[in-house]
Design a protein around this ligand. Structure first.
Ligand code: UDX
Length: 441
């Protein structure tokens, strides 16, 4: 135990440590300091820390840099390298560390347990540990065992923010979920997020941990459903965009999360669906619907490759594909489990060459290992030059406003596969391109 001599903050203002300045930790720290709390953010990666200290955000996230700067200039947010230092005197400690996927699909908890053992001796008496990392059921108990501190309560508080809109999602969440056997501690955690008006679900730790997986598995299943319907639309000559309108006006179905695409990806949906299958297997229960959503997603990416093959004339030999978009969705620079990269890998394995452009990737990033199979360019026009098919794989709005008549003059063959249904098909048709969207002609 460490004694803290810093002054007590004002009433309602809490001293909070956030461990991990990643996609969850950064918005969490920024938003908590925005709510007026005194936040210490621990990040052990020197490069990230340096970027933060220069007043910049290490990730592309709308509004985050301004909020971080604001927190730092008012003194409500400070950064340190060690988690042990950050937790000294903190009433609440948020664990926002990575839980990568292990070889068997389960979540790798080594970062969580390492963080817990590092902070254990430095925690203030009666501190509340808040786990925001996505973890299998039972992890709150595991953290408590690693901490070995009877005076410290651990609470589950899953994070539902989306990349690209993380700040807005954190400021006005749809709901706040807090799980703990100690309901009073859970209620104290819920209070930290200010009066957003969001409903608060207070439950036990196991249910709270499962809520996160169930949410992401539901969303993934919804996406595989609409992508499957898009394939059916193509098979029978229907239009999936009208189909979404026709089903979405039913309030029980709604319009959200029903945009057909090249398949779902990112750092959460693939990892969390695999982890839910692993959790179920371990419990002797079969979540066949989630397994179906995963295999349907793999199938969707193969369908996109088949579309590109057709547009390329049935072969990838001596064919160059111009790829627009590499991040897993628009408005983020994150390429983890990006469908665009899964698809480009399949294209290269089939013999194609790839020229690619993404607004968050420059030629200076060309040596990144995940980009080894593509050649990146600093402009969309350069990337598509001399290509046989343009494959639009990420829905960056700027791709809508490219000069397609200029592009018509740059490509070797005028064919577009629009895996995000982003373009006006009539316009590119008129310019002489063949066009193939998802679930529509
Ligand atoms: C997701 C969850 O939405 C969020 O609640 C959770 O906290 C983390 O995982 P995120 O990974 O940021 O968030 O991305 P999201 O916007 O959900 O998109 C996931 C994938 O689905 C992306 O590949 C995206 O392109 C795809 N998608 C999403 C579609 O193909 N169509 C849609 O209508 C929505």
């Amino acid at each position: 135990m460490t004694t803290d001599r810093s002054p007590m903050p004002k009433a309602g203002v809490r001293r909070i440590a956030v461990v991990g300045a990643g996609y969850v930790g950064l918005p969490t720290a920024a938003v908590l300091s925005h709510h007026g709390h005194m936040v210490t953010l621990a990040e052990r990666d020197e490069r990230r820390l340096e970027i933060l200290r220069q007043g910049r955000s290490p990730i592309v996230e709308h509004g985050l840099e301004e909020m971080l700067k604001d927190g730092m200039s008012t003194g409500r947010l400070r950064t340190v390298r060690s988690a042990a230092e950050a937790v000294v005197g903190a009433e609440f400690v948020f664990l926002c560390v990575e839980t990568p996927q292990s070889a068997d699909g389960s979540a790798d908890l080594s970062f969580i347990t390492a963080a817990a053992s590092e902070i254990a001796p430095h925690l203030a008496d009666g501190a509340i540990i808040v786990n925001k990392s996505t973890v299998p059921v039972g992890t709150v108990g595991l953290i408590e065992r690693v901490l070995g501190r009877a005076d410290v309560v651990t609470v589950s508080n899953p994070e539902f923010l989306r990349e690209g809109t993380a700040v807005a999602d954190s400021l006005s969440p749809d709901r706040v979920v807090v799980g703990a056997d100690d309901r009073e501690a859970a209620a104290r955690v819920a209070e930290l997020f200010g009066d957003s008006g969001a409903p608060v679900v207070i439950t036990d730790a196991t249910t709270s941990e499962l809520i996160k997986y169930a949410s992401n598995a539901f969303l993934a299943t919804k996406l595989t459903f609409i992508n499957t319907m898009a394939g059916l639309c193509e098979a029978v000559g229907a239009d999936v965009l009208d189909l979404v309108l026709g089903i979405g006006y039913d309030k029980r179905i709604g319009f959200e999360f029903l945009r057909p695409g090249p398949g779902w990806g990112g750092s959460c949906l693939p990892k969390d669906t695999a982890a839910l299958v692993a959790i179920s297997n371990a419990a002797g229960y079969d979540v066949s619907i989630v397994r179906g959503a995963i295999s349907g997603n793999d199938e969707q990416m193969r369908r996109v490759v088949a579309k590109i093959a057709t547009a390329a004339g049935g072969t990838f030999r001596d064919r160059t594909i111009g790829v627009l978009g590499l991040s897993f969705k628009a408005n983020t620079g994150d390429r983890r489990d990006s469908p665009a990269l899964s698809i480009t890998k399949m294209l290269v394995a089939a013999g194609a060459s790839i020229r690619a452009f993404d607004p968050t990737v420059t030629t200076a990033d060309a040596d990144q290992p995940d980009l080894a199979h593509v050649t990146v360019f600093d402009s969309a026009y350069e990337a598509v030059t001399g290509t046989h098919v343009i494959a639009l794989l990420t829905e960056w709005q700027e791709f809508r406003w490219l000069d397609y008549s200029k592009i018509r003059g740059l490509v070797a063959n005028p064919a577009i596969v629009d895996a995000r249904n982003l373009l006006e098909s009539g316009l590119v048709h008129r310019l002489g391109f063949s066009y193939s969207g998802i679930g529509r002609s």
